[in-house]
Design a protein around this ligand. Structure first.
Ligand SMILES: CC(C)(COP(=O)(O)OP(=O)(O)OC[C@H]1O[C@@H](n2cnc3c(N)ncnc32)[C@H](O)[C@@H]1OP(=O)(O)O)[C@@H](O)C(=O)NCCC(=O)NCCS
Length: 288
């Protein structure tokens, strides 16, 4: 651990690789259902962007403030204080520390509804709601011929396609996600080499999490979703659909998935809007 900020008994440090497991456990205790390899995959994107708060040398709060390398886009997540220490000012201190780390960046986050007002006080604006759906689906025996493993497609094409659905080129994130974070990443690619869809799935504490799921049509999204399932037997999945994507909501409901919770996507100010009708699921709540 590396010390960044000290006072008598509370200090904030940049998380070590080992501390990442503690952060992951904190998200698990919050029932945020982290992916099993999130700790490693996230850390590879920005090894300086995870912080823990120590009280008398004991970790008791955390936050992530991932700065996408070579960009001015950042994302806040994993903002948690252990229950016994809430309401004593530690959360706000680590939050400010994370915001300082992201100085100069355009910043996004997914807020639990109860925190929306606080984030507004910290300069964030509501963009849209995000609905989490959960349920059982099965892989279909016939996989569409245009679906290929992301590992077989050149990275520059994937980075360019992904960048149309985020605010920057997420090269490190995609390399980490394809190699480490997910169990499978697939692209939908036309015969002429044009990518028209991208999906990932990862084993989580409870079932599998799908993300991202980007597609130019609902049919492509559905095909990718089926192909991502690891087997033809029942697979429990969840994913986060931006509420303005009515096709995404229809798809989830047609598959009889259950809408279990809602969060609020917020950003520090307005920017060119994301193509939400093509975003059937965000990659993950922690990195955007
Ligand atoms: C959200 C959480 C991290 C806040 O930590 P905390 O230590 O309890 O918060 P603090 O004691 O530092 O809050 C001090 C004050 O700052 C406010 N505050 C907290 N975080 C803030 C933020 N990011 N921006 C602005 N204000 C904030 C609090 O509402 C409080 O205001 P008050 O004094 O008027 O009541 C904590 O409640 C928690 O772990 N909750 C469960 C996990 C969770 O929901 N995380 C948020 C996910 S989006």
């Amino acid at each position: 651990m590396e010390t960044n900020n000290t006072n008598s008994d509370f200090r904030i440090v940049t998380a070590s690789a080992k501390d990442m497991n503690w952060i992951s456990t904190m998200t698990k205790l919050q029932k945020w259902n982290p992916g099993l390899k999130d700790a490693v995959a996230f850390h590879l994107v920005d090894p300086n962007g995870f912080f823990i708060g120590l009280l008398n040398d004991k970790p008791m709060c955390c936050i992530s403030a991932v700065k996408y390398p070579n960009t001015t886009y950042g994302y806040i997540g994993c903002y948690i204080v252990e229950e016994n220490y809430r309401g004593k000012g530690y959360g706000l201190r680590i939050f400010k520390h994370a915001m300082d780390y992201l100085t100069g960046c355009y910043i996004g986050l997914d807020a639990v509804i109860s925190q929306q007002k606080n984030y507004e006080k910290s300069g964030f604006q509501f963009a849209h709601a995000v609905r989490r759906y959960i349920g059982i689906i099965q892989r279909k025996s016939q996989i569409c011929k245009n679906i290929r493993y992301a590992k077989d497609i050149s990275m520059d094409k994937i980075v360019e396609y992904d960048a149309r659905h985020s605010f920057c080129q997420r090269t490190h994130f995609l390399a980490s996600w394809i190699h480490v974070g997910t169990d499978q990443c697939l692209v939908y690619i036309e015969d002429d080499g044009t990518i028209r869809g991208l999906g990932g799935i990862r084993l989580a504490v409870d079932g599998y999490r799908v993300g991202p799921l980007f597609a130019e049509t609902p049919e492509i999204a559905e095909n990718l979703l089926y192909a991502l399932c690891p087997s033809e037997s029942d697979t429990k999945v969840d994913f986060d659909v931006p509420e303005p994507n009515s096709d995404g909501i229809c798809l989830a409901e047609r598959l009889n998935l259950q809408h279990i919770e809602e969060s609020r996507r917020m950003y520090t100010g307005a920017r060119t809007k994301l193509p939400l009708p093509n975003i059937f699921a965000f990659a993950c709540t922690e990195l955007g």
